[in-house]
Write a protein that binds this ligand. Structure first.
Ligand SMILES: [Zn+2]
Length: 448
């Protein structure tokens, strides 16, 4: 029997680090970086101050006034290419409703740090900063450079952040591996606890369906009206089953799931691997959230969001439209998906692409997954990692040559992730400490 993985030996005690970690997160939350307008310079300056105190080389790089990115580097021997700790400094705004504490208070109470960004993703930035400071303070010999890259503008498409860095300062942000948001949700399964690791993510295709028809006085009903045509198109969209594609990342995920759900679960997964259809995926007897990741990882999607038609109660509108939030499997192009949606909804309406982006974020690195698996097992006996395709986008999309993984394990069950972008967002201190321990451990395994 192989011996279970153990945590890496450390020249310091974790007991002293909790205070620093909580202090970092609380301070970061108090800097309001709601995007728009962003103002990530506040976070960049704060990190710059902290890194200077620790003697870590870094640069603050503004894409536009106030829209700052930070790149720090701990030099290693150069035997291997750099490892990046990646995070975004901006947060989504916080409306006044639903918060039991002010969203930018960074209050520490009930074993939690409260405020917008606690989970998405200033907690991981606080942990990444602590990792840099610990590596620097204890002068741990590194076989590769370790970078801390904190970006602007992720919540609005990464144009002034990750993409800008890649286009304008590529040599500063080149890395073999990166640890980013998008992973670390914990699930309890019959085969033991499991932590998600994002290994790929979907691209996007925002589109609009427009229907046109005769207008006139609303006292005379018109079966051919734009509104009815749009409604029919939406019903056709709902009934439409796009083609399923089994990417390598999905195969890897299903192989782990089959181990975690022996018996009926494994048999259902076996059938799905032979014949990957949407209906089969929907019927998988696994945790509903994990099932959703399987389903969204099999095909492109198009979700209706913003409906518009009419301006007066007694006028039949001549035009009605709906915006679709489309998500594309890695490698799939927006144009192909728009054409498919057009065929699905029929030619009574017109489908146009508003904005699209192919996702190049995806890789197959069994070696990296093995290291992350050893890391979580060292901190929670019997735990494993579960690779998955994130249906949403992160900064990973801007780094096509880097193996980016979503990795920041949270010891609480995945339920807490419901608070992302929601009122009363907060992080449990025990989760932060667990995440920081795992992050440091994984960095030591890869870089020392
Ligand atoms: Zn985020």
């Amino acid at each position: 029997m192989p011996t279970p993985p153990r945590p890496m030996a450390l020249p310091f005690s974790w007991a002293d680090q909790e205070r620093h970690l909580v202090g970092h997160l609380s301070a970061l939350i108090r800097l309001d970086t709601s995007n728009p307008p962003g103002r990530e310079i506040a976070v960049a300056r704060h990190l710059s101050h902290e890194l200077s105190r620790s003697g870590v080389r870094h640069a603050v790089l503004e894409a536009e006034p106030g829209r700052a990115n930070l790149v720090a580097r701990l030099p290693g021997s150069g035997q291997e290419p750099p490892l990046m700790l990646l995070g975004h400094a901006d947060v989504v705004g916080a409306g006044p409703v639903g918060w039991s504490r002010p969203p930018f208070s960074g209050e520490v109470a009930d074993g939690r740090v409260w405020g917008r960004g606690a989970l998405d993703m200033k907690g991981q930035i606080a942990a990444s900063l602590l990792v840099m400071q610990l590596l620097a303070a204890h002068r741990l010999p590194l076989r590769r450079d370790v970078l801390l890259v904190v970006t602007a503008d992720e919540e609005s498409g990464s144009r002034l952040g990750a993409y800008w860095l890649w286009e304008n300062h590529r040599s500063l942000v080149e890395a073999e591996f990166a640890f980013n948001e998008g992973g670390g949700q914990r699930f309890v399964t019959p085969g033991g606890p499991v932590y998600t690791v994002q290994v790929a993510e979907k691209g996007s295709a925002r589109m609009r369906i427009t229907a046109r028809g005769p207008g006139g006085h609303a006292s005379v009903p018109r079966a051919q009206s734009a509104v009815f045509a749009l409604a029919e198109a939406l019903l056709r969209l709902r009934a439409f089953t796009p083609e399923s594609v089994l990417l390598p990342a999905s195969r890897r995920m299903l192989a782990v799931l089959a181990d975690l759900y022996p018996g009926a679960g494994a048999q259902a997964i076996e059938r799905l691997l032979r014949d990957p259809t949407w209906a089969r995926a929907h019927g998988l007897p696994v945790d509903p959230v994990l099932r959703e990741f399987v389903v969204t990882g099999l095909h492109n999607t198009a979700t209706p969001t913003v409906l518009s038609a009419g301006h007066r109660q007694n006028v039949v509108p001549v035009e009605a439209s709906v915006v679709l939030d489309g998500r594309l499997l890695p490698g799939e192009t927006p144009d192909r998906w728009v054409a498919e949606v057009q065929r699905a909804v029929g030619d009574r309406v017109e489908v146009e692409l508003l904005h699209g982006r192919v996702s190049h974020a995806g890789h197959d690195s069994p070696e990296l997954l093995r290291v992350l698996g050893d890391t979580v097992a060292a901190h929670e006996p019997g735990a494993r990692v579960l690779p998955y395709i994130n249906p949403a986008a992160t900064d990973a999309r801007a780094f096509p040559d880097t193996k980016v993984v979503g990795f920041f394990p949270s010891a609480s069950d995945a339920d807490i992730m419901r608070l992302i972008h929601a009122p009363d967002e907060h992080a449990r201190i025990s989760d932060l400490v667990f995440g920081a321990k795992c992050l440091l451990d994984a960095v030591l395994r890869l870089a020392t």
